[in-house]
Design a protein around this ligand. Sequence first.
Ligand code: UD1
Length: 416
Amino acid sequence: MDSIRVVGGRALRGEVAVLGAKNAALKHMVATLLAPGDHELDNVPGILDVDIMGQVLDHVGASCRRDGTTLAVSVPDELNPEAPLELVRKMRASILILGALLARLGEARVALPGGDDFGSRPIDMHLEGLRGMGAEFELNHGVLEARAPDGLFGTEVFLEFPSVGATENLLLAAVLAQGTTVIGNAAREPELADLAVYLGEMGAKIEGAGTSTIHVHGVPHLTAARHRVVPDRLEAGTYALAGAISGGEVTIRNCVPDHLRMELRKMAAAGCEVSVDESSFTVRGPDRADPIDFATLPYPGFHTDMHPQMVAFLATAGGTSIITENVYASRFRYIGELNRMGADIHADGQHVVIRGVDHLSGCEVDGCDIRAGAALVLAGLRADGETLVTEAHHIDRGYDGFVPKLAALGAVIERL
Ligand code: UD1
């Protein structure tokens, strides 16, 4: 079992650079399938999820080659319309292969996705939108079989909720469909806007990506392109909170601070000193955080994937904070682990009540998903003594060099 051992009490100081966003790079990898030829993605993080997506692409017939942070993807004319069960199960993002394969081949067979355990995470919006574009689905033995017998055609889809994945699946399907697709109540996440930029570089005609209404004018074919992946705001935000929770001061480089506007606003409200430049920002943590309330929401609201790290920070605040989780039905498994460290946190329905305690004390905790694992390491930076975060492979799914980057900022941390 892989674990991360951290000894608390050291204030982190210095600079850390972030890489491209996991939640963009994975989608860009799927998007390569839309155009035969040699693609090149730059600023790609060396994380487990990218490796898994690479294996999915390999299975479909494309080949990936990594050289540092550059990922070359070679896409042949012929593709295999099947995504393998054992890989798709490991990562929810692989459901995006559905839109891309339907667009390219008119058929796809994709096992239903797994991923983090955040309560039930259906794909009804993906399927409803694709159905509107002419796709038909059948579920056989856990495998979703999709066909578009007459091809995909443009239509108007209005999403019930601005789902990131559903918007992306529809975008991938629409770029090669006949006619114009309008996606209403679309997700506005920067990673999705970056996907649209990349598709545009491949020759797609997209207007309004990054706003709630996206128009896609289908084109007959796309060509391979080169693209630099947008910086990872979640990696940036996590290191900012690592500095803050330790009472230190950390500068995050190679990022887009504007993509973290709400998160930085809440850090400031909790007593952090925040200063922002064009592609970097600095966060200086208080001795003890002030309590705050916030709700997670689709972008530009507070990102649900920053919620566990923020809760860890507020665990030792000088008062009670209340957080409302609006994106997932349940995302609270890490709370029991923080309480093992001495925190006083209760979840009730969508709400989390955090009564700030004087101190946390290190112990063995289970890092049950990417952000929970990161949040527990952050708590370990603040805690007395030694914290052992087990199941550290979850952190590897989303962070490239998490332990060495924290060590370079002065943390006493090692991988076991
Ligand atoms: C993406 C991110 C994830 C992030 C989430 C919200 C990737 C690989 N993952 O996930 O890290 O936490 O956005 O910012 O980019 N839903 C439905 N039906 C659907 C689709 C979604 O009910 O058809 C629900 C989900 O169960 C969830 C909510 O909508 O409760 C948000 O999901 P969505 O925005 O689709 O997130 P993902 O794209 O899965």
